[in-house]
Write a protein that binds this ligand. Structure first.
Ligand code: GTP
Ligand code: MG
Length: 262
Protein backbone atom coordinates (compact mmCIF):
# COMPACT_ATOMS: atom_id res chain seq x y z
CA UNK A 1 0.00 0.00 0.00
CA UNK A 2 1.30 3.45 -0.89
CA UNK A 3 2.17 5.60 2.10
CA UNK A 4 -0.03 8.64 2.69
CA UNK A 5 1.83 11.79 1.73
CA UNK A 6 2.40 14.84 3.88
CA UNK A 7 4.01 17.19 1.36
CA UNK A 8 6.51 18.81 3.69
CA UNK A 9 7.33 19.64 7.22
CA UNK A 10 9.46 22.49 8.58
CA UNK A 11 11.85 21.95 11.46
CA UNK A 12 14.30 24.41 13.04
CA UNK A 13 17.21 24.02 15.46
CA UNK A 14 17.96 26.53 18.21
CA UNK A 15 20.48 26.95 21.01
CA UNK A 16 23.81 28.60 21.81
CA UNK A 17 26.77 28.33 19.52
CA UNK A 18 28.80 25.07 19.71
CA UNK A 19 26.17 23.08 21.61
CA UNK A 20 26.04 20.56 18.75
CA UNK A 21 22.96 21.51 16.69
CA UNK A 22 24.57 20.83 13.32
CA UNK A 23 26.15 17.59 14.59
CA UNK A 24 22.82 16.25 15.84
CA UNK A 25 21.23 16.94 12.46
CA UNK A 26 24.20 15.40 10.66
CA UNK A 27 24.01 12.34 12.91
CA UNK A 28 20.32 11.92 12.10
CA UNK A 29 20.51 12.58 8.35
CA UNK A 30 23.93 11.16 7.47
CA UNK A 31 24.64 8.80 10.41
CA UNK A 32 28.04 10.33 11.03
CA UNK A 33 29.86 12.64 13.42
CA UNK A 34 32.39 15.38 12.75
CA UNK A 35 34.76 16.24 15.57
CA UNK A 36 36.03 19.48 14.09
CA UNK A 37 33.91 22.55 14.84
CA UNK A 38 32.55 24.24 11.74
CA UNK A 39 30.39 27.14 12.83
CA UNK A 40 27.14 27.51 10.94
CA UNK A 41 27.07 30.83 9.12
CA UNK A 42 23.54 32.22 9.39
CA UNK A 43 21.48 29.21 8.35
CA UNK A 44 22.15 25.77 6.92
CA UNK A 45 19.30 24.27 4.98
CA UNK A 46 18.81 20.57 4.33
CA UNK A 47 16.08 18.17 3.22
CA UNK A 48 15.59 14.59 4.23
CA UNK A 49 12.84 12.09 3.41
CA UNK A 50 11.54 9.78 6.09
CA UNK A 51 8.54 7.60 6.80
CA UNK A 52 6.65 8.78 9.83
CA UNK A 53 3.38 7.26 11.01
CA UNK A 54 3.03 5.46 7.70
CA UNK A 55 3.49 8.66 5.69
CA UNK A 56 6.23 9.63 3.29
CA UNK A 57 7.48 12.90 4.75
CA UNK A 58 9.81 15.47 3.26
CA UNK A 59 11.51 17.22 6.16
CA UNK A 60 12.96 20.68 5.58
CA UNK A 61 15.52 21.39 8.24
CA UNK A 62 16.66 24.94 8.96
CA UNK A 63 19.75 24.66 11.12
CA UNK A 64 20.33 28.00 12.79
CA UNK A 65 23.60 29.55 13.82
CA UNK A 66 23.69 30.04 17.57
CA UNK A 67 25.98 33.06 17.65
CA UNK A 68 24.21 36.36 18.49
CA UNK A 69 25.70 38.08 15.44
CA UNK A 70 23.51 35.89 13.22
CA UNK A 71 20.24 37.01 14.76
CA UNK A 72 19.43 39.21 11.76
CA UNK A 73 19.84 36.23 9.45
CA UNK A 74 18.02 33.57 11.42
CA UNK A 75 15.08 35.66 12.70
CA UNK A 76 13.13 35.37 9.46
CA UNK A 77 13.22 31.56 9.52
CA UNK A 78 11.04 31.05 12.58
CA UNK A 79 7.78 31.64 10.75
CA UNK A 80 5.72 28.55 9.76
CA UNK A 81 7.89 26.29 11.88
CA UNK A 82 6.12 23.09 12.91
CA UNK A 83 8.85 21.50 14.99
CA UNK A 84 11.85 22.82 16.92
CA UNK A 85 14.85 21.20 18.49
CA UNK A 86 16.23 23.38 21.27
CA UNK A 87 19.68 22.21 22.18
CA UNK A 88 22.02 22.74 25.14
CA UNK A 89 25.35 21.20 26.07
CA UNK A 90 25.18 19.33 29.40
CA UNK A 91 28.84 20.17 30.03
CA UNK A 92 28.25 23.94 29.64
CA UNK A 93 25.87 25.35 32.23
CA UNK A 94 25.55 28.69 30.44
CA UNK A 95 24.00 26.95 27.42
CA UNK A 96 21.26 25.55 29.69
CA UNK A 97 20.74 28.95 31.27
CA UNK A 98 20.24 30.47 27.82
CA UNK A 99 17.29 28.22 26.94
CA UNK A 100 14.73 30.75 28.15
CA UNK A 101 16.23 33.40 25.84
CA UNK A 102 15.85 31.04 22.90
CA UNK A 103 12.23 30.42 23.76
CA UNK A 104 11.73 34.18 23.97
CA UNK A 105 13.36 34.69 20.58
CA UNK A 106 11.07 32.05 19.07
CA UNK A 107 8.04 33.64 20.75
CA UNK A 108 8.77 37.10 19.48
CA UNK A 109 9.61 35.96 15.94
CA UNK A 110 6.60 33.65 15.54
CA UNK A 111 4.39 36.29 17.12
CA UNK A 112 1.02 34.61 16.68
CA UNK A 113 0.17 32.88 19.97
CA UNK A 114 -1.76 30.00 18.43
CA UNK A 115 1.01 29.26 15.88
CA UNK A 116 3.49 29.22 18.74
CA UNK A 117 1.44 26.87 20.92
CA UNK A 118 1.23 24.38 18.10
CA UNK A 119 4.97 24.08 17.48
CA UNK A 120 6.22 20.69 18.72
CA UNK A 121 9.38 21.32 20.73
CA UNK A 122 12.00 18.79 21.80
CA UNK A 123 14.62 19.88 24.32
CA UNK A 124 17.90 18.19 23.54
CA UNK A 125 20.43 17.77 26.36
CA UNK A 126 23.45 17.06 24.17
CA UNK A 127 27.04 15.85 24.78
CA UNK A 128 26.06 13.35 27.47
CA UNK A 129 29.36 11.60 26.68
CA UNK A 130 31.11 14.50 28.49
CA UNK A 131 31.40 15.48 32.16
CA UNK A 132 28.11 17.07 33.17
CA UNK A 133 27.49 20.54 34.56
CA UNK A 134 23.70 20.13 34.32
CA UNK A 135 21.83 17.19 35.88
CA UNK A 136 19.20 15.25 33.99
CA UNK A 137 16.49 16.21 36.51
CA UNK A 138 17.08 19.93 35.96
CA UNK A 139 16.71 19.51 32.22
CA UNK A 140 13.60 17.36 32.51
CA UNK A 141 12.01 19.79 34.90
CA UNK A 142 12.69 22.77 32.65
CA UNK A 143 11.28 20.94 29.62
CA UNK A 144 8.15 19.71 31.37
CA UNK A 145 7.57 23.20 32.81
CA UNK A 146 7.29 24.46 29.23
CA UNK A 147 5.28 21.53 27.88
CA UNK A 148 8.24 20.35 25.78
CA UNK A 149 9.59 16.85 25.19
CA UNK A 150 13.02 16.07 26.66
CA UNK A 151 15.82 13.92 25.27
CA UNK A 152 19.36 13.18 26.35
CA UNK A 153 21.66 12.81 23.36
CA UNK A 154 25.20 12.49 22.16
CA UNK A 155 25.81 13.39 18.54
CA UNK A 156 29.20 11.75 19.01
CA UNK A 157 27.90 8.27 19.96
CA UNK A 158 24.48 8.68 18.36
CA UNK A 159 22.65 7.93 21.60
CA UNK A 160 19.13 9.33 21.76
CA UNK A 161 19.25 11.10 18.38
CA UNK A 162 16.85 8.86 16.42
CA UNK A 163 14.43 8.77 19.36
CA UNK A 164 14.43 12.57 19.46
CA UNK A 165 13.61 12.98 15.77
CA UNK A 166 11.03 10.16 15.90
CA UNK A 167 9.13 11.94 18.68
CA UNK A 168 9.52 15.34 17.02
CA UNK A 169 8.30 14.21 13.61
CA UNK A 170 5.50 12.02 14.95
CA UNK A 171 4.40 15.00 17.04
CA UNK A 172 4.37 17.25 13.98
CA UNK A 173 2.43 14.73 11.87
CA UNK A 174 -0.07 14.18 14.69
CA UNK A 175 -0.53 17.96 14.86
CA UNK A 176 -1.17 18.08 11.09
CA UNK A 177 -3.64 15.18 11.37
CA UNK A 178 -5.32 17.00 14.24
CA UNK A 179 -6.08 20.02 12.06
CA UNK A 180 -2.98 21.92 13.13
CA UNK A 181 -3.66 21.68 16.85
CA UNK A 182 -0.85 20.20 18.95
CA UNK A 183 -1.57 17.28 21.24
CA UNK A 184 -0.22 18.32 24.66
CA UNK A 185 2.86 16.58 26.01
CA UNK A 186 2.04 14.42 29.00
CA UNK A 187 4.78 14.35 31.60
CA UNK A 188 4.40 12.63 34.89
CA UNK A 189 7.57 13.51 36.68
CA UNK A 190 6.01 13.02 40.10
CA UNK A 191 8.14 15.74 41.64
CA UNK A 192 8.13 19.51 41.79
CA UNK A 193 10.42 22.42 40.99
CA UNK A 194 10.58 23.24 44.72
CA UNK A 195 11.86 19.76 45.48
CA UNK A 196 14.56 19.93 42.82
CA UNK A 197 15.65 23.40 43.93
CA UNK A 198 15.88 22.23 47.56
CA UNK A 199 17.94 19.17 46.54
CA UNK A 200 20.28 21.31 44.44
CA UNK A 201 20.73 23.78 47.27
CA UNK A 202 21.47 21.08 49.84
CA UNK A 203 23.98 19.44 47.51
CA UNK A 204 25.74 22.56 46.24
CA UNK A 205 25.78 25.02 49.13
CA UNK A 206 29.06 25.91 50.79
CA UNK A 207 27.74 26.29 54.35
CA UNK A 208 25.10 24.63 56.53
CA UNK A 209 23.28 27.95 56.98
CA UNK A 210 23.03 28.25 53.21
CA UNK A 211 21.80 24.64 52.95
CA UNK A 212 18.85 25.49 55.15
CA UNK A 213 18.28 28.86 53.46
CA UNK A 214 19.22 30.78 56.64
CA UNK A 215 21.57 33.65 57.38
CA UNK A 216 24.58 33.21 59.64
CA UNK A 217 23.63 33.35 63.33
CA UNK A 218 20.03 32.12 62.88
CA UNK A 219 18.29 31.05 66.11
CA UNK A 220 17.48 27.50 67.23
CA UNK A 221 13.87 28.20 66.34
CA UNK A 222 14.76 29.31 62.81
CA UNK A 223 16.91 26.21 62.31
CA UNK A 224 14.11 23.89 63.40
CA UNK A 225 11.52 25.70 61.30
CA UNK A 226 13.67 25.57 58.18
CA UNK A 227 14.47 21.93 58.88
CA UNK A 228 10.81 20.93 59.21
CA UNK A 229 9.85 22.71 55.99
CA UNK A 230 12.56 20.95 54.03
CA UNK A 231 11.98 17.60 55.73
CA UNK A 232 8.35 17.61 54.59
CA UNK A 233 9.48 18.41 51.05
CA UNK A 234 12.23 15.83 50.85
CA UNK A 235 11.42 12.93 53.15
CA UNK A 236 12.53 9.87 51.18
CA UNK A 237 9.30 8.03 52.09
CA UNK A 238 7.33 10.73 50.30
CA UNK A 239 9.59 12.29 47.69
CA UNK A 240 10.37 10.51 44.44
CA UNK A 241 12.59 13.35 43.21
CA UNK A 242 16.01 11.94 42.28
CA UNK A 243 18.58 12.74 44.95
CA UNK A 244 16.03 13.08 47.79
CA UNK A 245 17.72 10.49 49.97
CA UNK A 246 21.16 12.07 49.78
CA UNK A 247 19.68 15.55 50.25
CA UNK A 248 17.70 14.40 53.28
CA UNK A 249 20.89 13.08 54.91
CA UNK A 250 22.61 16.43 54.22
CA UNK A 251 19.64 18.20 55.74
CA UNK A 252 19.76 16.16 58.94
CA UNK A 253 23.52 16.66 59.24
CA UNK A 254 23.23 20.42 58.64
CA UNK A 255 20.54 20.77 61.29
CA UNK A 256 22.59 18.78 63.84
CA UNK A 257 25.67 20.94 63.26
CA UNK A 258 23.74 24.21 63.42
CA UNK A 259 21.86 23.31 66.60
CA UNK A 260 25.17 22.71 68.33
CA UNK A 261 26.13 26.30 67.47
CA UNK A 262 22.91 27.90 68.74
P1 GTP B 1 26.82 26.87 15.75
O1 GTP B 1 26.65 26.45 14.35
O2 GTP B 1 27.97 27.79 15.98
O3 GTP B 1 25.57 27.45 16.34
O4 GTP B 1 27.18 25.54 16.63
P2 GTP B 1 26.41 24.14 16.65
O5 GTP B 1 25.47 24.14 17.81
O6 GTP B 1 25.85 23.79 15.34
O7 GTP B 1 27.60 23.13 17.06
P3 GTP B 1 28.25 21.98 16.17
O8 GTP B 1 27.24 20.94 15.83
O9 GTP B 1 28.99 22.58 15.06
O10 GTP B 1 29.26 21.33 17.25
C1 GTP B 1 30.16 22.09 18.00
C2 GTP B 1 31.30 21.23 18.52
O11 GTP B 1 30.82 20.29 19.48
C3 GTP B 1 32.01 20.41 17.44
O12 GTP B 1 33.40 20.41 17.70
C4 GTP B 1 31.45 19.01 17.62
O13 GTP B 1 32.36 18.02 17.24
C5 GTP B 1 31.18 18.97 19.12
N1 GTP B 1 30.05 18.08 19.48
C6 GTP B 1 28.80 18.11 18.98
N2 GTP B 1 28.04 17.17 19.56
C7 GTP B 1 28.82 16.52 20.44
C8 GTP B 1 28.60 15.43 21.36
O14 GTP B 1 27.52 14.87 21.48
N3 GTP B 1 29.67 15.06 22.13
C9 GTP B 1 30.88 15.67 22.04
N4 GTP B 1 31.84 15.23 22.83
N5 GTP B 1 31.12 16.68 21.19
C10 GTP B 1 30.10 17.10 20.40
MG1 MG C 1 25.82 24.75 13.55
Amino acid sequence: MKAKVVPRVKIISMGNTEVGKSCIIKRYCEKRFVNKYLATIGIDYGVTRVTVKDRDVKVNIFDMAGHPIFYEVRNEFYRDTQGAVIVYDVSERSSFESLEEWVNEMKSEIGNQSDLENVVVCVCANKIDKKRAVDEVEGRLWASGHGFHYFETSAQTGEGVNELFKTLLEGVISTVENGGKKIPVVTQLGYSKDQIEAIQRLKNSKSDYERLGLSVGASKDDVNKAYRKLAVLLHPDKSVAPGSEEAFKLLVAARTTLLKRC
